[in-house]
Design a protein around this ligand. Structure first.
Ligand SMILES: Cc1ncc(COP(=O)(O)O)c(C=O)c1O
Length: 256
């Protein structure tokens, strides 16, 4: 058997131990008589899987109780729209454009309100991170958005913007769980799971309580954090297999 080192775009490698456990449990999970892929999301087995996955993430990342954790289909790209649809309460937001994905996030948000690019490193092909303390932030911005690690260009924020009363929203897709993060500095952290955690199929968002409940009535149900989090990520059929794999990787990170 050959296992290549995969540095390509898209999903990344998973720990062999995790893949072997998934293989061992593929045909029958526990005493359920079925695969997680076939299992009802309302079953007692899946209920335990999703609760355990969230609890492990909370332990590993030390997530405070006033943050909700949700599993969302649509990847990180869908979060680019969900963030403004749910959090752009003043009609405007500040974006730092430091790479490809923060640029895409800013363009998506501009469909829903005023996006102010308060800093950009485009002038030098995204080879640096602007000094976050030298930026003229808008005190009336609904939030400040960053992409913490620029997957394609390789730059990463060491210090993050902190403006009193303006929540920080961060796309952490390609650095999540690679080092400790102080969750309390953020209003919302989101990431597509396929880079650092699990197979492709969903994003995880960690949202501070006070940011919930402000989306307009016409925001589609599946784009509304409050609705989905209020149903413990099971408003509809969730990506059960992806949540299960996330749980396995988190346990591996915690114990190995
Ligand atoms: C930082 C970052 N944000 C967003 C995305 C887009 O993620 P997805 O394909 O899950 O929509 C990627 C994909 O590589 C990424 O690296």
């Amino acid at each position: 058997m050959a296992r290549v080192y995969n540095f390509s775009a898209g999903p990344s490698m998973l720990p062999e131990k995790v893949l072997r456990q998934a293989q061992a449990e593929l045909l029958e999970y526990g005493d359920s008589g079925q695969s997680v892929m076939e299992m009802s999301h309302r079953s007692k087995w899946f209920d335990a899987i999703i609760k355990d996955t969230e609890a492990t993430l909370r332990r590993v990342m030390d997530i405070p109780d006033n943050y909700k954790v949700g599993f969302f289909q649509g990847g990180a790209t869908q979060q680019f729209a969900m963030v403004p649809l749910n959090f752009m309460t003043t009609g405007k937001a500040d974006y730092l454009v430091t790479g490809n994905f923060s640029n895409l996030a800013a363009k998506e948000a501009a469909k829903f309100g005023e996006v102010n690019i308060v800093a950009s490193s485009k002038d030098k092909n995204f080879t640096y991170i602007p000094d976050v303390n030298a930026i003229n932030y808008d005190k009336d911005a609904s939030y400040i958005h960053i992409c913490q690690n620029n997957t394609i260009f390789g730059t990463q924020f060491v210090e993050v913007p902190q403006v009193e009363g303006v929540p920080l929203v961060a796309d952490m897709s390609s650095m999540i769980l690679s080092k400790p993060v102080d969750v309390t500095k953020y209003g919302c952290i989101y990431f597509g799971v396929q880079k650092n955690v699990a197979p492709a199929g969903m994003a995880i968002a960690i949202v501070r309580d006070d940011l919930l409940g402000h989306a307009a009535d016409n925001v589609p149900t599946m784009m509304n954090y409050t609705t989905l989090l209020g149903k413990d990520s099971m408003y509809n059929t969730p990506p059960c297999w992806c949540i299960y794999m996330t749980g396995l990787v988190l346990k591996y990170l915690e114990n190995d």
